[in-house]
Design a protein. Structure first.
Length: 230
């Protein structure tokens, strides 16, 4: 399970990361609501654990923003405010569960498993752009419903592009995201992988294109001209 932990307490964040690793979870730690929003927009996580007292915003504001944007990732709020009113506020903001500090890691892990199981019935696992579709569960990439073959690295890149569709991503950010997915590679290797992915998509007749925007980075968009000719 890939978990994003949004916690500005360095000691607690490191302790949670170690505990998650020991439980075979892949946990990434960030310390602000803004950085969390960027990561959640660009990379797939199975769940998020968000501290309410973030340095740049209330964690509930982050949850509300995610829900308004259509992001249905399961969220557990962590807070020292464990009264009934605070729990109600968290659930009303769109959180799936609420855990007061201090807490036992075993309980957090159990609650994470529970909210993810519930979410499996309501979260779409398919990412689309034009006639291109990617099922993040089965890892099947298809164009006009016909499967195409991509390497694991190419699929990871494709998922990053699809999740940030319409927004440019610079190579430094892509390197960070691939590193988080345990697929770190050099800048030159990244460019080669993107070139190969673009070539495979074009050869298969994809109306989704990866384009380079000068000074901004790469961006995926649907080519309306190709779509019109298809």
């Amino acid at each position: 399970m890939k978990v994003l932990v949004v916690e500005d307490d360095t000691a607690l964040g490191e302790a949670l990361q170690a505990a998650f690793a020991g439980a075979n979870f892949n946990a990434e730690i960030c310390a602000s609501g803004r950085s969390a929003a960027e990561l959640l927009a660009l990379y797939p996580f199975d769940a998020a654990v968000i501290d309410r007292g973030l340095p740049d915003m209330d964690g509930l504001d982050l949850v509300s923003s995610l829900r308004r944007s259509g992001n249905r990732i399961p969220v557990i709020i962590l807070t020292a405010q464990s009264d009934v009113g605070s729990r109600i506020d968290g659930l009303d903001a769109g959180a799936d569960d609420y855990l007061g500090k201090p807490f036992l890691f075993a309980e957090l892990k159990s609650r994470l498993n529970a909210v993810v199981r519930r979410a499996e019935h309501r979260i779409s696992n398919t990412l689309d752009c034009g006639n291109l579709s990617y099922d993040v569960t089965s890892h099947v990439v298809s164009i006009d419903a016909a499967p195409i073959s991509l390497s694991p690295r190419e699929r990871s890149l494709l998922e990053i592009f699809l999740r940030s569709r319409g927004r440019p991503i610079d190579t430094a950010r892509m390197e960070d995201l691939l590193c988080a997915a345990s697929q770190a590679l050099s800048a030159n290797a990244l460019e080669v992988s993107i070139h190969r992915l673009r070539r495979k998509l074009a050869a298969a007749g994809s109306t989704a294109e990866i384009v380079w925007l000068r000074g901004q980075g790469y961006c995926m968009k649907a080519d309306s001209v190709k779509a019109g000719r298809a």
